[in-house]
Design a protein around this ligand. Structure first.
Ligand SMILES: [Fe+2]
Length: 280
């Protein structure tokens, strides 16, 4: 049977992707950001996940005001890096896992989560920057990737509680897939940041670290944080953190932290990263 062996969460800041692509990771400004991912890179080389269910949000690359799916699952054979204005990132094409993706779509929909099924989609920095941070710059990504796009750009995004419950449904789906696969779930986005308005540049390190604290163990209090608290405490784009709760919900009732990293600044965003394993 397929099983979920670990969860990874990380910010997906576009400037981090640019730093990688332009060879700037050794610069003083960027060194402490990337240092926090060295442990994870080595760990992933041992873990060798077959599939990563990568929860992210699209930033008006694949979706725009014409189509705004709340939860969309990528069921295609492959997904090309999106052109976000400077040409596509020089990273490998993302290879999907259609059989597992369709199985998750079927299982979740029959489990009363109305997923949008996507068979053609380019993937932007929300998905490719986490891959670069965790897998480096390989010729080909070492795992199959199932993109799971969440609307956190246009109001209303899903609640944290709904995201957590979707994670639980994804776990049920994976565990009912009849193939021996090592599956990880990644949650991306965040941490605190606001890109516009009078509060642009807002960083709340205390709140961010409290959020990281509460991802571990058996508490599920994070699922009940209302949108207004994310907006007030972490800025308008901090709401991306609801996507981490899909990852957390997919790990089951109890987790243990394997690695954790927090750094400010990177661009105008706080960088947060955590690796969790489920505790049976
Ligand atoms: Fe984002």
């Amino acid at each position: 049977m397929a099983r979920i062996t670990a969860g990874v969460a990380t910010s997906h800041i576009p400037a981090v992707g640019a730093a990688i692509d332009l060879g700037k990771t050794g610069e003083d400004y960027w060194k402490p950001v990337f240092a926090g991912y060295e442990w994870t890179k080595a760990w992933e080389r041992e873990q060798k996940p077959d599939v990563v269910i990568l929860v992210y949000n699209d930033h008006a690359s694949a979706f725009d005001m014409k189509v705004i799916p709340t939860f969309a699952i990528g069921c295609a054979e492959e997904f090309k890096p999106a052109d976000e204005g400077w040409g596509p990132r020089p990273v490998p094409v993302v290879r999907g896992h259609p059989d597992l993706a369709w199985h998750i779509a079927q299982s979740c929909i029959l489990d009363e989560f109305d997923m949008t099924i996507i068979n053609e989609m380019d993937v932007d920095h929300g998905l490719t920057v986490p891959l670069s941070l965790v897998f480096g710059q390989p010729e080909q990504w070492p795992a199959r990737i199932i993109p799971l796009a969440v609307n956190v750009v246009t109001y209303p995004p899903p609640t944290g509680n709904r995201c957590w419950a979707l994670g639980e449904a994804i776990r049920r789906a994976v565990e009912s897939f009849d193939e021996d696969l090592n599956v990880q779930v990644w949650g991306t986005g965040g941490m605190s940041h606001q890109l516009q308005g009078p509060r642009a540049g807002l960083i709340n390190a205390e709140w961010d670290n409290c959020f990281l604290d509460r991802l571990e163990g058996d508490t599920d209090e994070l699922r009940h944080i209302p949108h207004i608290e994310y907006l007030r405490e972490t800025g308008s784009e901090g709401i991306e953190m609801v996507m981490w709760l899909i990852m957390r919900g997919a790990l089951g009732p109890r987790t243990h932290t394997l690695h954790r990293h927090y750094h400010v600044p990177a661009s105008n965003t706080a960088v947060g990263h955590i690796v969790l394993e489920p505790v049976e």
